[in-house]
Design a binder for this molecule. Sequence first.
Ligand code: ADP
Ligand code: MG
Length: 302
Amino acid sequence: ATPTALLVGTGRGAQLGILIRGPEVLEASRGVDTVVLDKTGTVTTGAMQLAAMHSARSWDESEDDDAELLRLAGALEAASAHPIARAVTNAARESLGSTSGTLPEVIDFQSHQGYGVSGEVLGRDVLVGRRELLRQRRIEIPAEVEPMLATSESQGSTPVLVAVDGRFAGVLIVSDTVKETSADAAARLAAMGLRTVLLTGDSAGAARRVAAEVGIEEVIAEALPQDKVAAVAKLQEQGRSVVMVGDGVNDAAALAQADLGIAMGTGTDVAIDAAGITLMRGDLRSVVDAIALSRRTLRVIR
Ligand code: ADP
Ligand code: MG
């Protein structure tokens, strides 16, 4: 291999907004045949919005249950950097009348990677996250809530459950939008002969809806951070050479495991540190450019 060609490839990448950690990264991308894409923040904008809210009226005698639910959840989520957290906190601040910083303080904040968050707000134990987070603490989810959860998931939205003082308190439904360029990028990856897989911690329903919209062939959903690494390793065991594309803390291990890890520059530092390539633009078409560039560069060498 001529180091010069690799350096030229690296330099060309920089011009395209594709930051390649070192020349050896281009070598690592030889023979890749599968592109695994994280959903939130990678295929979608990650700019989530609160779409609806349903409070359980039984848990408090407060006059305005919805506002109280949003205040407690919003205060707790203010300590989290997750896209879901931003949606909830923004909505809570808006409902307070735009004066930021008026949300109550959080004590004992804990982030449960891939599940949600917990902490104490206004003397109450608050839990915000997916079903399993409540189940782990033996908090009963009323049966009448299930159809609403299923409906929002089938529409591609993410229901976020809230518990207060050990009791189910309500559901916040957040939704995300697919990036305009994602479908085009997926089609181009397929045209290059690459198999595409959507990998997410979100529900199977929401994941399938997004995969269908974008044209991604396969779906692996409800994956915890350790499941994401395992999913990449499993594809590799099956003889596939994997590119992993992600942006979150929960993607870092999978980015490191993959034959080639590509981080969105809009993502967290942990993801960027674990990846061989960082994309300056939050556009999946840069993944197509990065793979095409490495193929061209390696062709010059061989
Ligand atoms: P993704 O793979 O889509 O980036 P994550 O692994 O970050 O998803 O999260 C998986 C699921 O865990 C989310 O869909 C959500 O239900 C729940 N979750 C994670 N973090 C939070 C949070 N800060 N607030 C509420 N729910 C959360
Ligand atoms: Mg993500």
